[in-house]
Design a protein around this ligand. Structure first.
Ligand code: SF4
Length: 283
C-alpha cells in the first residue's frame, strides 16, 4: 500500500514555539503549571509532564510557581488575577492569537460590537472574548449567523483554526445583514494550508488517516473535511488505534496530522501502514 504524507502534517509554528518555551522554562528550579493542557495532544502533554510541565484542569489556578500561558491564550482578567497573586507568568500565546486579541481590544475600545466565529467553549474563544471592552457575541454556525439580530455595525473575527469555507459563508451572511460590518481574516495559514491539503489528499487517495488528539479542534476539522469528501476517514491518536482490517481494500492512503501532533506519533502510524501492505518492487 502506498502512503502519501501531507507536507503540512504536524506541529505548526505556534505549537513549536509553545513547546520550546515550555522546555526552556523547565530548565529552571520553579514548578511550571498550565491551566489546561499546553497543546491539545495527550501524548505530547505526557512527555512534557515528565520534564516538569504540569497540566492542571482548565478551571484550576496554580497557587505557586510559574504559570505558562498556552498557545491558545488565556482570559486577560484571569492572567491579571494570577499575576497579582505573585505568580511568575511565562506567555506562550501564539502570535496569531495575540494579533486577534489586539484587534478585538482596538475595535472594542472604539465602541464597535464584536462577533467572534468559533467554538464557544474553546480556550482561544474564552481568551479572545476577554479582550472585548463592550458587547461581544459568539457564533458557531451559519444558522446562528442567520438568526443573529440586525445591528448597525460590528467587527467579525474567527477562531484561528475555524473552517475557512464555513467562515466565508458566515462572513457573507453577516455582511449582508449588518450595514457597517468589517470581517477580518484571522484564520491562520497553518490551518488553511492543512485544510486545503487534506481536500487534495481525499481527492487523490482511497482513504485518509488523520493523526492527532481527539481534543484538538484543528485535528477534528481535518477529519471532518476528509470525511465530507466521502472517502473513508480514520481519526486516530496513535498507531495502536488503526483499525488495520479496514485497510486491506485500499491501494493509496493519505496521512495528515493536526497542528499539535508530534512527528514521532505520525511516523509510527506511517510505519504501521507501510508494513501492513508493502508496495511490491517495480522490477
Ligand atoms: S494553528 Fe495557527 S494560530 Fe494556532 S497555534 Fe498554530 S500557528 Fe498559532
Amino acid at each position: 500500500m502506498k502512503v502519501v504524507l501531507a507536507k503540512t502534517a504536524g506541529f505548526c509554528m505556534g505549537v513549536k514555539r509553545a513547546v520550546q518555551i515550555a522546555l526552556e522554562t523547565a530548565q529552571g528550579k520553579e514548578e511550571i503549571f498550565t491551566c489546561g493542557p499546553l497543546i491539545h495532544n495527550p501524548q505530547a502533554v505526557e512527555t512534557l509532564r515528565a520534564k516538569g510541565v504540569i497540566p492542571l484542569p482548565d478551571e484550576v489556578d496554580p497557587d505557586h510557581g510559574i504559570l505558562l500561558i498556552r498557545a491558545h491564550g488565556m482570559p486577560a482578567d484571569r492572567i491579571a488575577r494570577l499575576r497579582a497573586r505573585g505568580l511568575t507568568i511565562v506567555d506562550a500565546t501564539c502570535p496569531h492569537v495575540v494579533s486577534s486579541q489586539k484587534r478585538i481590544a482596538t475595535c472594542s475600545a472604539e465602541g464597535i460590537p464584536v462577533i467572534i466565529v468559533g467554538d464557544r467553549e474553546h480556550p482561544e474563544i474564552l481568551s479572545l472574548q476577554s479582550f472585548a471592552a463592550g458587547p461581544c457575541h459568539i457564533l458557531s454556525s451559519l444558522a446562528e449567523a442567520q438568526a443573529f439580530p440586525a445591528v448597525e455595525r460590528a467587527m467579525v473575527i474567527a477562531q484561528t483554526t475555524f473552517n475557512a469555507a464555513d467562515y466565508e459563508t458566515i462572513g457573507a451572511e453577516l455582511r449582508r445583514k449588518i450595514p457597517h460590518c468589517q470581517v477580518f481574516q484571522s484564520i491562520c495559514k497553518a490551518t488553511s494550508r492543512r485544510q486545503e491539503e487534506v481536500h487534495r489528499l481525499a481527492r487523490t487517495c482511497d482513504a485518509v488517516v488523520v493523526v492527532g488528539g481527539r481534543n484538538s479542534a484543528n485535528t477534528r476539522r481535518l477529519a471532518e473535511i476528509a470525511a465530507a469528501s466521502g472517502k473513508p476517514t480514520f481519526h486516530v491518536e496513535t498507531a495502536a488505534e488503526l483499525p488495520l482490517d479496514n485497510f486491506a481494500a485500499f491501494t493509496t492512503v493519505g496521512v495528515t496530522a493536526g497542528a499539535s501532533t508530534p512527528d514521532w506519533i505520525t511516523e509510527e502510524v506511517i510505519d504501521c501502514l507501510t508494513s501492513l501492505h508493502p508496495v511490491p518492487d517495480s522490477d
